[in-house]
Design a protein around this ligand. Structure first.
Ligand code: PMP
Length: 399
């Protein structure tokens, strides 16, 4: 009898094709801290592919908080929040986060992915409706799939199309608009001011995934809702600790009742082990730094403005980014991989992004800033990117 699993796997050739061509860019093994310079294969590389926007992953205060947490609480909780896995520092972190983003209550999960998966599937059921921006993160899509709710995808940041979809849904049906705050590949910002108006008009609720906005947007980094001054109009704010907050885990914030409901219905919370003590303490320490040291946020935006100017001066296409995520559009998959490979050889780490993470014609190099980058590092990387793009074009035409 034919082994169907082996048969299926042997028909999968995508990664092998890239490996055969020498342009496979994934799972690169780093042997240093995630900072502006990393070590790969014993060589130093400039890191422009990190989500550590505030550059805190190597911060001594955060590392010390983690060490102390391990000494006091041990390495793990050996259970879910629901049962034996709730620590006092989990509760402390939840109270701090709710205050920080301007909501009554919050609930932490072991990853941001689990937040979206668990929250969306807990809140929306068979008779409910979800309206998702087409560029939303995969975890939102998966949450929608698990919910069995009727899902409408609206064109990216297209408020006319969102309204067209809202009109199709009965006014008294539960409907939740879910959007990224900052879009993770394109770097543009959801039009929350307009989404709020539409939600009011059509009786919809709003959930914002602020994985990339937290620590980055708003006067002191409270996120996208605060950037627009609409926090009180947003029902649910989701965030993750794996980016600006230099740790691992995620949270959902909202009013007390909705958080209480999620606590008892989100399966990815109830049936999964809680955040490690070290991760929770790191997130608390990151919040301390974010609240008390605005210089990190200021430098991040200085770096972003500097990089954007340099990249535009080089004549490269960056779409409509408004954030430290700068997509450099290449619009050809193979060329995108080749640019990443040439940059890797020249000591610059960037992320090549192709379908399905972006539409097939939008392949891009995702260049992201940290507050700890120096102008010199940025200048050096942009110059190398310019050179790599020219070299990749020449190599492809020579094929
Ligand atoms: N939402 C968005 C927009 C993200 O970019 C990510 C991480 N890539 C997540 C959710 C998931 O967060 P985590 O890494 O904490 O699982």
């Amino acid at each position: 009898m034919i082994n169907l699993l082996n048969d299926k796997i042997s028909r999968y050739t995508v990664s092998q094709n890239l490996k055969d061509k020498g342009i496979y860019p994934y799972f690169r093994s780093i042997s240093s801290a995630q900072d502006t310079e990393v070590i790969i294969d014993n060589s130093k590389m400039l890191m422009f592919g990190s989500n550590s926007y505030l550059g805190l992953t190597n911060h001594p205060q955060i590392k010390l908080a983690m060490i102390k947490a391990v000494e006091k609480y041990g390495s793990g909780c050996a259970g879910s929040r629901f049962l034996n896995g709730t620590l006092d520092i989990h509760v402390e972190l939840e109270e701090r986060l709710a205050k920080f983003v301007g909501k009554e209550s919050s609930l932490i999960f072991s990853t941001g992915f689990q937040v979206n998966q668990g929250v969306i599937s807990a809140l929306a059921g068979r008779n409910d409706f979800l309206l998702l921006d087409e560029y939303n993160h995969a975890s939102i899509i998966d949450g929608a799939r698990l919910s069995f709710a009727k899902t409408f995808k609206y064109r990216h940041n297209d408020m006319v199309n969102l309204e067209e979809n809202l009109k199709k849904i009965p006014i008294d049906a539960l409907k939740i608009i879910v959007t990224d705050g900052i879009f993770s590949m394109e770097g543009d910002i959801a039009k929350l001011d307009q989404i709020v108006n539409l939600a009011e008009k059509y009786n919809a609720s709003i959930m914002v995934d602020d994985a990339h906005g937290l620590g980055v947007l708003g006067p002191i980094g409270q996120g996208t809702s605060e950037h627009f001054g609409v926090t009180d109009k947003i029902d649910l704010i989701m965030g993750t600790f794996s980016k600006s907050m230099a740790s691992l885990g995620g949270f959902i914030a909202g009013n007390k009742k909705v958080i209480e409901y999620i606590k008892h219905h989100a399966r990815s919370l109830m049936f999964s082990a809680s955040m490690t003590p070290a991760s929770a303490s790191a997130a608390i320490a990151a919040l301390d730094i974010i609240e008390n040291e605005p210089e990190h946020l200021n430098k991040l935006w200085e770096n972003t403005a500097f990089a954007k100017k340099m990249i535009l001066n080089a004549g490269l296409e960056i779409g409509s980014t408004e954030s430290p995520i700068i997509p450099i559009y290449i619009r050809n998959n193979e060329q995108t991989f080749l640019v990443a490979k040439l940059l890797h050889e020249n000591g610059v780490f960037v992320n090549p992004v192709v379908a399905p993470a972006v539409p097939p014609d939008d392949s891009l190099i995702r260049f992201s800033l940290m507050s700890t980058h120096t102008f010199e590092q940025i200048e050096c990387a942009v110059k190398k990117i310019e050179e790599a793009i020219v070299a990749a074009k020449n190599l492809i035409t020579a094929y």
